[in-house]
Design a protein. Structure first.
Length: 227
């Protein structure tokens, strides 16, 4: 049996976003978190097929639009990646708004379009500005002349806050302070000087390993919970 999935690939300054626009089951739930849980339980083989090689790669990010649960939202959105699912993605919001406008997935009016996306983390209010393609542009047909081209996307994220400041974590032979903060997801923020590794390209493999070590240490030390 052939299962066809339609996607549109885009990127935000190099960060990939694969928007699923057809063939994906309709998520079930009364909240976006419930819809995400339903997708986790019923559609994870599709996520793995779309995000991982050979169709995806280690840094692939994906999204699927759904009916929103909040009346004020234009659409709901669920984010996924190589390892699982996330509650919010900034570069994903920018890419989704661009695709939605340029492919006519969401209507526009005037010189600026306000778009509200409902993520599992909450409502994200985006502002899309655009410029119509210049008449007579090479390689554009009459229909594409009427399609606006996005010039920029700005958005107000869900409310962010510091969950725990200065949490002492042992990293190797050092004890370093870690700030745990929320901004659509929980993040552990560490000064690179505190771990003794410079922010340089050649240090990236070591920084990645330290990142995983810090994440595991934070998870062992405290339990994070959105209030």
């Amino acid at each position: 049996m052939i299962h066809r999935i339609q996607t549109i690939d885009a990127h935000t300054a190099g960060e990939p976003l694969r928007l699923i626009v057809g063939g994906f089951p309709t998520p079930v739930g009364s909240t976006m978190l419930e819809k995400r849980e339903w997708v986790q339980q019923h559609c994870d083989p599709l996520r793995r097929a779309l995000m991982r090689e050979p169709r995806g790669h280690a840094d692939m990010y994906g999204a699927v639009l759904t009916e929103p649960c909040e009346e004020s939202a234009h659409a709901g959105v669920l984010f996924m990646h190589n390892d699982g699912y996330s509650t919010m993605c900034g570069h994903g919001v920018i890419a989704i708004c661009t695709i939605a406008i340029e492919r006519g997935l969401i209507g526009m009016a005037g010189d600026s379009t306000s778009m509200v996306l409902e993520s599992p983390a909450g409502l994200v209010h985006a502002r899309v500005t655009f410029r119509p393609p210049a008449a007579g542009s090479v390689g554009h047909d009459e229909d594409s002349m009427m399609t606006p081209q996005v010039a920029g996307v700005a958005f107000d994220n869900v409310p962010s806050f510091v969950f725990h400041a200065g949490l002492p974590i042992v990293v190797g032979d050092r004890t370093v302070p870690v700030d745990v903060a929320y901004g659509g997801a929980f993040y552990a923020v560490v000064d690179s000087e505190a771990v003794g590794v410079p922010l340089r390209r050649e240090a990236m493999p070591r920084l990645r390993r330290l990142g995983w070590d810090i994440a595991r240490a934070v998870e062992a030390a405290i339990s994070v919970q959105h209030p």
